[in-house]
Design a protein around this ligand. Sequence first.
Ligand SMILES: *Cc1c(COP(=O)(O)O)cnc(C)c1O
Length: 397
Amino acid sequence: MSDFAKTKALFHLPKDVIYLDGNSLGPLPKKATDKVANMMQSEWGEMLIGAWNEAKWMDLSKSVGNRIARLIGAEENHLIMGDTLSIKVYQALASALEINDERKIILSDTGNFPSDLYMAQGLVKTLKQDYQLKLVEPHEVLENLSTDIAVLLLTEVDYRTGGKHNMVELTQKARGMGIITVWDLAHSAGAIEVDLMAANVDFAVGCTYKYLNGGPGSPAFIYVAPRFSQIAQPALSGWLGHDAPFDFDLDYRAANGIDRMRVGTPPVIALKCLESALDIWEQVSMADVRAKSIELSSLFIEEVRRRCPTLTLVSPEDPALRGSQVSFKFDHGYAAIRALIDRKVIGDFRAPNIMRFGITPLYIDETDIISAAKMIGKVINNKLWDRDEYHQRANVT
Ligand SMILES: *Cc1c(COP(=O)(O)O)cnc(C)c1O
């Protein structure tokens, strides 16, 4: 059994803050500060360049990747860390298109995160040759699968509504039609149960600074199913994805398996920081996290609705169709979120009118949920959001 009171004590949360934004940036694991400081002193400070071998810095992308693989049901040694999620989307999509090069259509949906779509648009522009990105509404994806589609590029959980695709069903149907699947797990890894092997997913990518609590700018991951790991050609053929980087050959030759998805020098400090978060993840089971997340989300919906009939739930009612966030629609959503943040209840806002709250059992409990709902009731029912300063948009919302 996972002990969530114990995991909560392992995070630093500012005094009196109720943090419902772990879907955007997870909080600081307390042990990360010393771990990173010690590593900087004893490894970077003392070993200097020798640390690449002595402190195994070069192995970190793979060893940390294997720890993430266990959370999402991926085979060992088929997942690697590095770069940002946008870059990993590009890599996965480019390789998938090359494998299926008889076909030219990428299918995605309007619920996908814009960066994923922008990366696809950029790639289509580079490739030319009639490649196109086709977008449909999230609920229309299944019926739009057809044998002329090369790649199905989807984010499992919608960043605005929290609506969850049926990854197993979509992947199975796509596979039957010869479509390669690329799943973005940005709002799945550490949020819901994922079993990449059972679902037969071809490529998957995700970030580690949201639910996984790896820290701002912590590296992304990419997974390539074993059946494609020696076939997938890296579009971003950097030296560390070469078969023998230190031979300094003039010609590129892809490394064995997932190592070919490395690009350049790994972000060692960020990987060490991420390890502190993974130490916490190893104390819980994803089944328990999911069960608790559903319990807390249902309680939150009930408590907010009861107090604020003017807010409209935009997340699916059925927990099975939801990720680990709850979103409400409200015309003055931006100002309301600002007013809440001023009162130490932290959620966020997504245009045009969505108030978003991440539900993260590792450090959020029933008491937090009830206190947050009470504060939301106070802010909405007393129009506490209606102040000039709350209407000015900041750079990051
Ligand atoms: C958060 C998120 C991103 C962000 O990409 P970065 O390159 O890490 O900034 C991309 N795609 C999805 C689906 C996301 O949720």
